[in-house]
Design a binder for this molecule. Structure first.
Ligand SMILES: Nc1nc2c(ncn2[C@@H]2O[C@H](COP(=O)(O)OP(=O)(O)OP(=O)(O)O)[C@@H](O)[C@H]2O)c(=O)[nH]1
Ligand SMILES: [Mg+2]
Length: 366
């Protein structure tokens, strides 16, 4: 999972650590002006022998031994607010070089362009001019900047799916949309399985009347999961089936209606119009775009087009168990401004897991 992106981030971190860790040989600078390599207090040179606490704990400069002074001399000395000595300042020149490396790494992992820009800017802002205490590890500082940048792009209005279902007026109507073969039907079966675990009853609407075998596929899942499937013949009106399923749910006091729809290319105007009709008739409480993470940047493009057509509320990203790149997972929520609800991580019913930024960041840096 995300091997490519993970490796690239790891390589970037160690390279950045190395490059930023090297002394640039310049005089240390504070506020743009060179400062003397003598600790200062209130802008004036400190009196010889004055007691000054170092981050490392020594309390008097007089007490520094020869080797320690040699160490101090090698590095720019700056003071932090507490008067502790600081070791390093990340210069903009060095930063520019490593940010370029980061940009390349992200592009190679299929991260969408606006997301690359955002991560770059965030990392640059967080590291620029940063004075790094000796007590801090440069690698940790870089990793934390990366993690914050990634969390930042993943944070969109979070939806707690279980809470949404629990709190919402019943029946809750969920409609699943996406291009062919992304995993809509499988996701529906998995959500029904999840709802069963929450003691919520479901009914499925077989509104994919387009693809041969689609109804049979759902029938198998419905039988296995023990839920009602509302179906008409192949080729019949998908909106009418959704309507019937909702009526059934109202009459039988079912909690959730899940509407399966046919896969369609975002460029197929007729099928996109048909999807809009299902929405008009069913008035779903949540439209969920199901995207295949293996499609990378195409999945982002599709999400944008589906969002333009029916205003999606959330996304599910499937097959991330097979996704080495990780770009789609990083980009999709940002691209459409809607959260990822779940990710598909395998072929079993349980392999649909709630998604949140920490989950992704944890996997990228484990
Ligand atoms: N590895 C893996 N395979 C998945 C995942 N989700 C779905 N699949 C597989 O993807 C294939 C297509 O899944 P479907 O659920 O039929 O996709 P669909 O979007 O309903 O397809 P259409 O109805 O034809 O548009 C199936 O073989 C699924 O088992 C996942 O998270 N990981
Ligand atoms: Mg399907």
């Amino acid at each position: 999972m995300f091997k490519n992106l993970k490796d690239k981030l790891r390589k970037f971190k160690s390279k950045a650590e190395k490059e930023l860790g090297e002394d640039d040989g310049k005089k240390p600078v504070k506020g743009g002006k060179p400062v003397k390599r003598v600790p200062v207090k209130g802008g004036k040179p400190a009196k010889k022998g004055i007691v000054r606490k170092r981050a490392g704990g020594k309390s008097s400069l007089d007490k520094l031994d020869k080797d320690e002074w040699a160490e101090v001399e090698k590095k720019p000395l700056l003071e932090d607010a507490e008067g502790g000595l600081l070791a390093k300042k990340i210069t903009d020149k060095k930063l520019e070089d490593i940010i370029w490396e980061l940009e390349v790494a992200l592009h190679e992992s299929d991260v969408a362009v606006p997301v690359v820009e955002e991560i770059k800017d965030y990392v640059a802002k967080e590291l620029s001019g940063k004075k790094i205490k000796r007590s801090l590890d440069l690698g940790d500082v870089i990793e934390s900047a990366l993690k914050n940048a990634i969390s930042n792009v993943l944070v969109t209005k979070y939806i707690n799916f279980d809470k949404f279902i629990n709190d919402h007026k019943k029946p809750v109507v969920l409609m699943f949309v996406g291009v062919n073969g992304t995993g809509k039907t499988t996701a529906i079966a998995r959500i029904v399985h999840r709802l069963k675990g929450m003691k919520k009853s479901s009914v499925i609407a077989a509104s994919d009347t387009f693809r041969a075998g689609a109804i049979e596929q759902l029938e198998k899942h419905a039988t296995r999961l023990g839920v009602k499937l509302i179906k008409h013949q192949a080729g019949s009106d998908p909106a009418a089936i959704a309507y019937d399923a909702i009526e059934h749910a109202k009459a039988r006091k079912k909690d959730v209606v899940l509407i399966d729809t046919a896969g369609r290319m975002q460029t197929n105007v007729n099928l996109m119009d048909e999807m809009k009709k299902i929405k008009r008739v069913a008035k779903p409480d949540m439209i969920i775009f199901v995207g295949d993470s293996l499609a990378g940047n195409d999945a982002i493009e599709q999400a944008i087009k589906f969002n333009d057509a029916v205003q999606i509320d959330a996304a599910i990203l499937t097959k991330i168990d097979a996704d080495a790149k990780g770009g789609a997972a990083l980009s999709i929520a940002h691209a459409v401004g809607k959260p990822i609800l779940f990710v598909g991580i395998g072929q079993e019913y349980d392999d649909l897991v709630p998604f949140n930024p920490e989950w992704m960041v944890q996997r990228l840096f484990e």
